[in-house]
Design a protein around this ligand. Structure first.
Ligand code: SF4
Ligand code: FE
Length: 487
């Protein structure tokens, strides 16, 4: 089925085999109905529903380069510079709509990175990974899968290579081989949307040396494969989702949408040959990691900008509710927030516009500019959030619980003292303050702030790439030439 709707996607999650999921100390048998998990599913479901909205179809869908059919852009192999730009615009739109991480980009970025890398492996070594991968990508398109792009290993002692670790399992590796496939063991951390996925596309986490060949594995497995255990990440204020009353919704800030991060453990999971896309070709790990990272660093120039739009909107709204919207310093802070946010967007668009076709035929962003984009994302959202907190005033962290609004003894007092301008109810003001708390301190802050810092690689990972690609020698020549220095 091409182009599922949101409810069909949710139904497809129910049809998976049982998943072994632990959350808050309990085994979760029915993840789709769990209030914490459901909020994160709602965010992914938006990526399906908006593909059916006539207003957004041009952004949300694409023509498959493999079949010519119309597919969801999240399953698309980018076929032009315009595709790369549309990807960023789509991510901004979704960030605006859910105000958090909608999770599906890691799979899109992994599909594109594995597509180009398998082509290059085959060309050099005569393997047939690329055709296998094309079959996989066609199935992903046809079934409109959510794919969890699994890259980050736990890594243990960072001063040691994978094969030097005391416990080999801190990097995913091949633990056994048969004629039919391989058995993998290990874990991946920070896995965005893992429980909400149909598939995991597993990639090595760093460039591997010859002694680390067993760690040079790229492969795909279904989310319900035997041997997988999910440990659902605990995020700040998550218990508020367990209070299903209206007051609980108010205190959530963003009651409908949430993000999701998991620790995923692979305990001797079998992978058939047909789903193996790299098996010991360690010299290509660097290419796979760098291209995946570049695509995902581009992604942040879209999704975080969309959430940034929500922060700016919240700042302007709470200023109105507080009666200070005309103050010149408020206006100036809104301009500063917009300047920072649009600078991030400019980076997302720029690395896309400077993208080029790969030997495999799909398009890759400009790697240096994608790293510049993400480096800015590690900083600017913090300033945008700081300005929002400044404009909001302290009540977003000192506000009494919305349960006080249900209690007849306290309701009138809360309404009397927490009101702002006459035209706006105290309840609406509290709702906006709780959204601000959610965006800058709560669950969405994981997606907006901490994920801006560490998602798609921590700041130093981008600085290493920027240093590697900054071409200082050429720049020295420019300076020497102007100064008329010959040597
Ligand atoms: Fe997509 Fe952004 Fe979430 Fe990454 S952090 S999966 S790019 S929404
Ligand atoms: Fe992310």
């Amino acid at each position: 089925m091409v182009l599922m709707k949101g409810n069909e996607y949710i139904e497809s999650l129910r049809k998976r085999g049982p998943l072994k999921i632990f959350l808050l100390g309990e085994r979760i048998e029915n993840p789709v109905e769990h209030p914490i998990i459901r909020a994160s599913i709602n965010s992914v479901a938006l990526t399906y529903d908006l593909a059916h909205d006539p207003e957004y179809r041009g952004l949300m869908t694409a023509k498959s380069r493999l079949t010519g059919k119309t597919i969801n852009r999240f399953c698309h192999l980018h076929s032009s510079v315009e595709d790369l730009q549309k990807k960023v615009k789509m991510q901004r739109l979704l960030g605006q709509r859910c105000g958090t991480c909608f999770q599906r980009c890691v799979g899109m970025d992994a599909l594109n990175a594995v597509f180009l890398t398998t082509y290059e492996i085959d060309k050099k070594t005569g393997t047939d990974y690329h055709q296998r991968f094309i079959r996989y990508a066609k199935e992903a398109e046809a079934k409109d899968w959510v794919i969890d792009g699994c890259m980050t290993d736990p890594k243990g002692d960072r001063s040691k290579r994978p094969s030097e670790q005391r416990d080999k399992d801190v990097y995913v590796h091949i633990a056994g081989r048969t004629d039919d496939g391989v058995v993998i063991r290990g874990a991946k951390v920070h896995q965005t949307g893992a429980v909400n996925s149909h598939q995991h596309l597993i990639m090595p986490t760093l460039a591997m040396r010859n002694e680390d060949k067993d760690y040079a594995i790229c492969c795909a497995i279904p989310a319900d494969a035997k041997g997988i255990t999910y440990f659902y990440g605990r995020q700040s204020s998550d218990l508020r989702r367990l209070d299903e009353s209206t007051e609980g919704d108010i205190d959530c800030g963003n009651p409908v949408y949430g993000g999701q991060e998991c620790l995923v453990v692979f305990d001797d999971v079998f992978v058939p040959n047909e789903r193996i896309f790299m098996n010991g070709e360690n010299e290509f790990c660097g290419r796979l990691v760098d291209s995946f990272a570049a695509y995902h660093r581009q992604s942040y120039g879209g999704c975080k900008v969309g959430v940034g739009d929500v922060l700016i909107g919240a700042a302007a709204t709470i200023a109105e509710y507080n009666g200070v919207s005309k103050a010149s310093h408020i206006q100036d802070k809104l301009v500063e927030m917009t300047h920072l946010n649009e600078t991030l967007y400019s980076c997302g668009i720029a690395c896309s516009a400077a993208g080029e076709q790969t030997p495999a035929g799909n398009y890759l962003v400009d790697i240096l500019l994608a790293n510049i984009c993400k480096q800015n994302v590690t900083r600017f959202p913090y300033e945008i959030a700081r300005l929002l907190q400044d404009i909001a005033g302290g009540l977003f962290v000192t506000c009494p619980s919305a349960k006080e609004l249900r209690n007849p003894e306290t309701r009138e007092i809360i309404e009397k003292y927490l009101v702002g301008v006459d035209e706006v109810s105290a309840i609406d003001r509290i709702k906006m303050l709780r959204l601000i708390e959610n965006l800058t301190l709560g669950r969405a802050a994981v997606g907006y702030l901490a994920e801006s810092m560490h998602g798609a690689g921590s700041p130093q990972a981008q600085r290493i790439m920027i240093g590697r690609m900054s071409n200082i020698e050429e720049k020295k020549k420019l300076a020497k030439s102007l100064a008329n220095i010959q040597s």
